[in-house]
Design a protein around this ligand. Structure first.
Ligand SMILES: [Zn+2]
Ligand SMILES: [Zn+2]
Length: 583
């Protein structure tokens, strides 16, 4: 059984979680979390790197000790550190760690106070109302945990879209090599760019289906074959991801792609449009409504491309990211489809860390990375002092960094390094550094990194108060959610949007694939309110700058156009916006 990066990532995350419950050394825990993140973000399978004798310590955050553990995991599927830790806990611990709304801290309370052993115990305790009585839990969280336990059992786990990309690209490439194959692509929520996916639907058009199916089933990453048919097969990969493959004839390609891309609600709306015009739309094509099934094969059908079908329905083509039945058909008919923001529109990145806090690059390396990407500007926004685990900067270190940025701006031409900070919003809404320091910076990103469990009204008031500070520029990762299954903290985002509008504050779409925060619905709400969105990578390593592409997917789902995005603005305009905010 080949070990995938996702397996190594899961093992390191579990080690960190278990060590956190045991209260072990925070630096050690952080090292595991960093390594998990780095491995999860690699574009290449570690297994293959080891095969060719690559040195794993070349990667950020992987020292010789972790490199050795990775090799052990690749060879044996596990590592002693994990097995020894698991022995300190009840056997259901791994499942419990996956329950939505529970982090290591809360799980520890459940283990200690209710002697929970497994998911069944937890479900029972929720049903008896015992969980809500634990300090910091409450009835709302108890209900949410219960929903999560039931939903997880019913639908299995969801995967980050970003984590699924390498598998999909690999598999699509694998199938494209089969003789007689015309097109292969992933449809479904993957194609619509959703932040998480339940499974993956791959669609293929080919002269004949059997060689494609044979190659699919023989793919060496497979764990189980769930179904093997002439035109449809389902398999489960080692990572647990289910993949369905459908092979369709070329003349139905467009109709099938449209149908299997969905969403279901969009399909229903589009079928209605067809009906109103005396037509019938399904996964095989577009037919006259009165054609019965036997005759269908003799009728000329329109189904070869999505564009042809849209054209026949007299609807301008709608991008997959918008197909959610959220008004896109009406907008298309009115000629009001947005010109969705794309990578070419992005002129810089406004949230990133250096080795001064918990990143790995120097200021100069950040500048050169930005220049290599063709950016006009890049902001340095390290953590502030309250975040001691991330080695946050105090006033003196901020001032020193300002000098360093001046030097780098002198040295590296063609890109402007902006001076910023990711300042903690304290519990009372004050910022973690004085205005005398903040006023020296180009921009100030404010974040909630602690006291996640305040009641909604207090959390909202805390952030609104922070926004009242004239130096506050961007509110980062506004809901604090962590995908696939950690809840946002309680905060009233519509109210935050309204206040941001009033104060001229920008909201962030944090492009880290675990965050994608704000999500598509809230970003669209912000756009409609006239609040700018900044799509930021929140980079800690060089590879993280690529996160921007995940943020763009979410932004496109939110109907964002270049004009709605702060970092699609040229530098001069950006500086003008920052200045206006302060006066
Ligand atoms: Zn942050
Ligand atoms: Zn950050």
């Amino acid at each position: 059984m080949p070990v995938h990066n996702a397996d190594i990532e899961a093992i390191f995350t579990e080690i960190a979680d278990l060590q956190e419950i045991l209260g072990e050394n925070p630096f050690r825990i952080r090292a595991y979390r960093n390594a998990a993140r780095v491995i999860g973000g690699l574009g290449q399978e570690i297994r293959e790197l080891i095969e060719v004798g690559a040195d794993l310590t070349q990667f950020d955050g992987i020292g010789s000790d972790l490199a050795q553990k990775i090799e052990t995991i690749v060879m044996t599927g596990t590592v002693d550190t994990l097995e020894n830790l698991r022995r300190e806990f009840p056997p259901g611990i791994t499942d419990l760690l996956r329950v939505q709304g529970l982090g290591p801290k809360r799980l520890k309370q459940l283990l200690v106070e209710l002697k929970i052993q497994n998911r069944d115990d937890l479900k029972q305790a929720c049903e008896q109302g015992l969980v809500q009585k634990i300090r910091g839990f409450g009835a709302k969280l108890e209900a949410a945990i219960l929903v999560s336990l039931t939903a997880q059992a019913a639908q299995g786990r969801r995967f980050l879209r970003a984590a699924v990309i390498p598998y999909v690209e690999n598999l699509v490439g694998h199938l494209q090599k089969v003789a007689g194959v015309h097109s292969v692509t992933a449809a479904g929520s993957y194609r619509r760019g959703r932040d998480t996916v339940g499974d993956v639907d791959i669609l293929c058009s080919a002269a004949s289906s059997s060689p494609v199916m044979a190659r699919f089933i023989a793919y060496d990453e497979m764990k189980d074959v769930l179904a093997h048919g002439e035109t449809k097969s389902s398999v489960r990969l080692r990572s647990g991801l289910q993949v369905d493959l459908r092979v369709v004839p070329r003349e139905s390609w467009g109709a099938a792609l449209l149908y299997f891309t969905g969403s279901q609600a969009f399909n229903i709306a589009l079928r209605k449009r067809a009906q109103d015009r005396g037509l019938k739309l399904n996964e095989y094509g577009l037919f006259p409504a009165d054609a019965d099934d036997e005759k269908k094969s003799q009728l000329p059908i329109i189904g070869k491309t999505e564009d042809a079908i849209f054209q026949s329905l007299e609807v301008p083509a709608i991008p997959p990211e918008l197909r959610e039945d959220r008004g896109e058909i009406a907008a298309a008919l009115a000629g009001k489809l947005p010109r969705l923001v794309a990578l070419r529109d992005i002129r810089g990145d406004l949230h990133g860390h250096t080795d001064q806090s918990d990143g790995t690059l120097t200021v100069e390396e950040v500048a050169r990375a930005a220049k290599a990407r063709g950016y006009e500007y890049i902001a340095i926004t390290d953590h502030s002092k309250r975040l001691t685990v991330a080695n946050g900067l105090d006033a003196e270190r901020v001032l020193r960094q300002i000098d360093e940025i001046d030097k780098v701006n002198h040295l590296v031409k063609g890109v402007r390094v902006l001076k910023g900070i990711e300042v903690d919003i304290l519990e009372d809404g004050q910022l973690d550094l004085p205005n005398t320091v903040l006023s020296r910076l180009d921009l100030v990103i404010g974040s909630v990194h602690h006291k996640f469990n305040l009641p909604e009204d207090l959390q909202t008031a805390r952030v609104m108060k922070a926004m009242d500070n004239p130096y506050f520029t961007i509110f980062a990762h506004p809901t604090g959610r962590l995908l696939p299954d950690r809840f946002p903290y309680a905060i009233n985002i519509p109210q935050i949007i309204e206040h941001a509008k009033k104060r001229g504050v920008v909201l962030e779409l944090n492009a880290n694939p675990f965050r994608l925060d704000l999500d598509d619905k809230y970003c669209r709400m912000a756009k409609e309110a006239g609040v700018l969105i900044s799509i930021d990578s929140d980079s800690h390593t060089l590879a993280d700058y690529d996160n921007i592409k995940h943020g763009l997917m979410q932004a496109r789902r939110a109907w964002l156009e270049p004009k709605d995005v702060l970092n699609a603005r040229p530098l001069a305009e950006l500086l003008e916006i920052f200045k206006r905010r302060r006066t």
